[in-house]
Design a protein around this ligand. Sequence first.
Ligand SMILES: Cc1cc2nc3c(=O)[nH]c(=O)nc-3n(C[C@H](O)[C@H](O)[C@H](O)COP(=O)(O)O)c2cc1C
Length: 185
Amino acid sequence: MKVIGFNGSPREGSNTGIMIEEILKGASEAGASTELFNLSAMNIAPCKACMHCKANEGECGTDDDMQIVYSQIRDADAFILGSPVYMWQMNAQAKLFTDRLFANFKTGFEEKYGQKSMALVFSQNNPDENMFKEYFYYTRNMFDFLGYNVVDMLTSTENSIPGEVKNKKEVMDQAREIGWELVKG
Ligand SMILES: Cc1cc2nc3c(=O)[nH]c(=O)nc-3n(C[C@H](O)[C@H](O)[C@H](O)COP(=O)(O)O)c2cc1C
């Protein structure tokens, strides 16, 4: 059992990263091996809409670090995508990752490699927990539609300073539970 995390935040000590790490800790306690990738440290280009993937059984024609991501997801049982909220949405790093998952869409990926479970993580500064809820659920539905089994979603508010989420026990506890959930189903 392998669970991996992808963090869209570019910040040192990012709250998003801390939440993902806590989920991975829960997954590790439940017996999984884990790994965390920082998307902003990776060279991931935008999707070129070349449709190479559709003619080549899901193989993306762009040779960059997304190739590492594809093989990591293929070999994992579950993954976590985390992003800070930038301008009411996921940030650019997370969106590049998401757009490039188009390569695996409707190309027999699930039949070949099995359905992957996933969890979504969002960190925001706005104190209103309902402010972006619609967007979070919209995004969750999109991943479900793409063929992933979105097991759960973790969100946290008022995280302007790196590391702030560590003081929010209920968020950290929920993160650990999600880690268990990803492993135990
Ligand atoms: C460019 C930019 C845009 C942002 N837009 C929003 C926003 O629309 N709503 C919000 O609540 N917070 C917004 N924030 C604040 C971040 O979402 C918040 O600080 C988040 O917790 C950062 O996560 P991190 O610590 O993982 O980097 C924005 C921050 C930046 C840098």
